[in-house]
Design a protein around this ligand. Structure first.
Ligand SMILES: Nc1ncnc2c1ncn2[C@@H]1O[C@H](COP(=O)(O)OP(=O)(O)OP(=O)(O)O)[C@@H](O)[C@H]1O
Length: 291
C-alpha cells in the first residue's frame, strides 16, 4: 500500500524529514504521533502528493503520488484546516467529497450530518472549529478511500463528539477495512482505536509497530536510590525523580513478568507508565533524559 524509502524534505534550508522510511501493507488504523513540529503534516502532504521529496521515493499502491492524479485517486487527505472555498456551505463540501471519491458513501454522509448535528445550509466560514473538524471527518470517512489520511480529526471537538467519532471510525473500518492514517494529540483516549502506531521525532521514525506492543512499554520502578541505580545501570532511563533516599525511574522496558519478578525480589515497586508519558519521554531531547 505505502512504501516510503529514505525520503528527505526541507522547507527553504530547514530539513524537516531526514532519510525517513517505512512501509505499511495492511489496511489498519494507524496513529501518527509526534511532538509539535516533528514533521507529521509534512509527511502526510508528501503521501498525498502535495509535495515532492528532495531525495528518496514514495509509492502509493506502486505509484509515485506527486502530481499524479491516477496514484492519488484512492487517497483522501483531509488537512487540519482544510482549505474549502469561502463561499461554500456544508452541502457544497459534501458534493466536493462525492465528486473526488469514487467509493463515496452517500447514505453514511447523510447519517453523520445528523450524528454531528451539522446544518447542510450553514456556510463553512461560519462553522466553529469543532464543527469544521466534524465536516472534514465526515468527508474523510465517507470517502471510503483505500488510503485515508486525517490530520487532527478531533481538533476542537468536545468529549462527547470525540467519543462518537471514535465509534464511527471503528465501525466504518470494521465494515470496510482500509488504511486510515491519523494524527491526534489526544493519544490517551484515541489509542484504543489504533492497531498500529508510527512515532516520529525530528523528521524521523522512532518506531512503527503494533499498538499492542506499544501499550506494554514503559515502566516506573521506585525504591532505594543506591539499590535502584546499581540494578538498572544498563537500562535506558526515560525519566527520573529523587526524593531523599528514594528514587523513581521510568525505563524503556516492557511491563513484563520478568520485570515484576525483578522488582519483587529487589524490594522495589513497579507500575505501568501512562502511554502519553512514555511517548513524551521517547521523543524528549537526549540531554534532558540522563540522570
Ligand atoms: N510551509 C512551511 N514553510 C516553512 N516551514 C514549514 C512549513 N510547514 C511546516 N514547516 C516547518 O516544518 C516543521 C514540521 O512541521 P509540520 O507541520 O510537518 O509538523 P507537525 O508534526 O505536523 O506539527 P504539529 O503537531 O504542530 O501540527 C516545523 O518546524 C515547521 O515550522
Amino acid at each position: 500500500m505505502i512504501h516510503v524509502d529514505n525520503i528527505t524534505f526541507s522547507y527553504d534550508k530547514e530539513t524537516v524529514l531526514d532519510e525517513l522510511s517505512f512501509t505499511e501493507l495492511e489496511p489498519v488504523i494507524t496513529g501518527l504521533w509526534g511532538r509539535n513540529g516533528s514533521g507529521k503534516t509534512t509527511l502526510m502532504k508528501l503521501l498525498a502528493g502535495y509535495e515532492e521529496p528532495e531525495h528518496g521515493k514514495i509509492e502509493i499502491q506502486g505509484k509515485r503520488p506527486y502530481n499524479n492524479a491516477e496514484a492519488v485517486q484512492n487517497v483522501c487527505y483531509m488537512q487540519e484546516e482544510h482549505p474549502f472555498s469561502s463561499i461554500w456551505n456544508v452541502h457544497d463540501a459534501l458534493r466536493f467529497g462525492k465528486y473526488f471519491n469514487p467509493n463515496w458513501d452517500q447514505e453514511m454522509s447523510e447519517r453523520l450530518l445528523k450524528t454531528f448535528r451539522l446544518d447542510r445550509k450553514k456556510k463553512i466560514t461560519k462553522l466553529s472549529t469543532g464543527m469544521k473538524s466534524a465536516l472534514q471527518f465526515i468527508i474523510g470517512i465517507c470517502s471510503n478511500a483505500e488510503i485515508t489520511i486525517l490530520d487532527e480529526p478531533v481538533n476542537g471537538l468536545d468529549a462527547g463528539m470525540r467519543k462518537k467519532m471514535y465509534k464511527v471510525l471503528r465501525e466504518s473500518h470494521e465494515e470496510n477495512p482500509r488504511l486510515i492514517l491519523l494524527t491526534s494529540h489526544h493519544i490517551g483516549e484515541i489509542q484504543s482505536i489504533f492497531e498500529k502506531i508510527i512515532v516520529i521525532k525530528d523528521g524521523n521514525i522512532v518506531f512503527h509497530e503494533l499498538m499492542d506492543e506499544t501499550r506494554e512499554k514503559g515502566i516506573w520502578l521506585s525504591g532505594n536510590k543506591d539499590k535502584l541505580e546499581e540494578k538498572i545501570s544498563a537500562e535506558k532511563i526515560l525519566e527520573h525523580e529523587t526524593m531523599g533516599s528514594t528514587m523513581k525511574v521510568m525505563l524503556d522496558a516492557h511491563y513484563s513478568k520478568e520485570w515484576k519478578e525483578f522488582a519483587h525480589s529487589n524490594g522495589l515497586s513497579i507500575e505501568k507508565a501512562e502511554l502519553q508519558d512514555y511517548l513524551l519521554n521517547m521523543t524528549e531531547e537526549e540531554e534532558e533524559m540522563s540522570i
